[in-house]
Structure formats: structure tokens, C-alpha cells
Design a protein around this ligand. Structure first.
Ligand code: PEP
Length: 255
């Protein structure tokens, strides 16, 4: 009902795919296909592709994001990248708390919260991922799980900082599996996240928050998902690596 207050955001999550040369090629293919988009378009790419992605997208409407960042500004954290490092490169977006980070790399809501705060303190816009596992959905605790993640992940984030937060609702069972949540399921949980934000902040803050759905969104199902009143965009994995499919999703979000 307040969808008009929010800008739709379609973000690609490239995961661990594409060398720098391949990244340039993919972005060069995507750019002309999305140039008339009436939504924000973001490509979140592996760290090694950031430079080339920033160069390839300069002057276009495609923005670049990273896929994670550490909470400390620097130090003995082998293999990590800090928020000030991303800020120094003028990377505008970063995904935090993706379920693959939580599942394979032991990230918890406490570490996700630290990363969110570091990213925001350094001027980045955060795409914060939350979502339930299949067993949790089957146990009927999706709402509790997602509300708890939202509350812990945003602890200490001010209403002002919240303006640079996008929440991506990504049911873990739908990521990379080809099993999409129904439009009704996606909308129900996005609405619940919005209600949680209204409790934590205010109704106005909740109405202004962009909430994406992510999980096997593709060229065929995007329109129905994006038509839902509380679904303001998508976080796209597999389909973001296919220029025509990604562009079709951007088109669906631009209507
Ligand atoms: C993701 O990685 O955030 C995602 C939604 O992946 P996919 O679209 O492949 O399910």
C-alpha cells in the first residue's frame, strides 16, 4: 500500500563466480539491457572484481556492491576485507549475512550485526539477508526466526542509518534450489519484517524500507513476486549471471 514510497532495488549476487575479465564482459552485456530501468540496479561481485566492475559501470546506472565485509577496520584477520577498504574504493553497496556466509562460514547474528554496523559507519548501503531454513518453516517458526534475525542484526543501528539498509528476505530452502517461495509466502514474510521494523523504529521508517525477496527469482516468476505489496525488489543469484534473465527481472521491477 505504501509501495510508492520505496524505490525498487534489483541486486545481483554473483557469489564466487567470474574472473575480472569475465566480470567486465558480463557487465558490458548487462549495461545496455538495463539502461532504461526505473529501479536501482546493483551487481554484487567478488572482491577481486570490484575494481574492474567500478570501471566498467562508471557513468551507467549499474551500481557495484561487495559480498561481505569485516567489522574491524584493519588488523590480523587473514582473508578478510574491511568496510573502510570498500569505502576507499567507493564501493556503494555490500551484502551482509547471506545464508551461505551463515551456513558455510559460521556467521551468527552477532557477527552479522557487527559487520552491518561497520559497513554503515563507513557510508556503505547494506543489503542485509535474513531467512529461515526448511526445518524452521516446517516447524512453523519462520516468523519468529526472521523477526529475531532482524532484531539482532540491526541492534545499535540508528533510524538515520536504517535509510541505508535494504533487507533481503531469502528463505534458505529457496536459494539456488529452483524452489521459489510462492508470491504469498514471500509477501507474508516481507510484511512481517516490515512490521518488526515498525516496532523497532517507526511506521514511517518501515514504510520507507526497501525489502527484497531472494531465492530462485528468475525471468518467469519475477513479475508475480515483485507485484506483491511488500516485495520491493530482488536479490538474484543464478539469474544475475545471465544478462537477458537479469534484465527481464529489472524490467519486471520497473513497471
Ligand atoms: C542469492 O544468492 O542470494 C540467491 C537468491 O540465489 P538464487 O537466485 O540463485 O537462488
Amino acid at each position: 500500500m505504501n509501495k510508492a514510497l520505496r524505490k525498487a532495488v534489483i541486486a545481483g549476487n554473483w557469489k564466487m563466480n567470474k574472473t575480472p575479465a569475465e566480470a567486465k564482459e558480463l557487465l558490458d552485456a548487462i549495461k545496455p539491457l538495463v539502461k532504461d530501468a526505473d529501479c536501482d540496479v546493483v551487481a554484487c561481485v567478488p572482491f577481486v572484481d570490484l575494481s574492474v566492475a567500478l570501471e566498467a559501470t562508471a557513468g551507467s546506472n549499474v551500481k557495484v556492491g561487495a559480498e561481505n565485509c569485516h567489522w574491524e577496520p584493519s588488523g590480523a584477520y587473514t582473508g578478510e576485507i574491511s568496510a573502510p577498504m570498500l569505502a576507499a574504493m567507493q564501493v556503494p553497496y555490500v551484502i551482509i549475512g547471506h545464508s551461505e556466509r551463515r551456513t558455510y562460514f559460521g556467521e551468527t547474528d552477532v557477527t552479522v550485526n557487527k559487520r552491518v554496523k561497520a559497513a554503515l559507519a563507513n557510508g556503505l548501503t547494506v543489503i542485509l539477508c535474513v531467512g529461515e531454513y526448511l526445518e524452521q518453516r516446517e516447524q512453523g517458526v519462520t516468523g519468529e526466526v526472521v523477526a529475531l534475525q532482524t532484531k539482532i542484526d540491526l541492534q545499535g543501528v540508528s533510524a538515520e542509518e536504517l535509510k541505508r539498509v535494504i533487507i533481503a528476505y531469502e528463505p534458505v530452502w529457496a536459494i539456488g534450489t529452483g524452489k521459489t517461495a510462492t508470491a504469498a509466502q514471500a509477501n507474508e514474510v516481507c510484511a512481517l519484517i516490515r512490521a518488526t521494523i515498525a516496532d523497532l523504529y517507526s511506521k514511517a521508517d518501515a514504510d520507507a524500507l526497501t525489502i527484497q525477496y531472494g531465492g530462485s527469482m528468475n525471468a518467469k516468476n519475477a513479475e508475480e513476486l515483485l507485484d506483491q505489496p511488500d516485495v520491493d525488489g530482488g536479490l538474484i543469484g543464478g539469474a544475475s549471471l545471465k544478462p537477458e534473465d537479469f534484465a527481464a527481472i529489472v524490467k519486471a521491477a520497473s513497471r
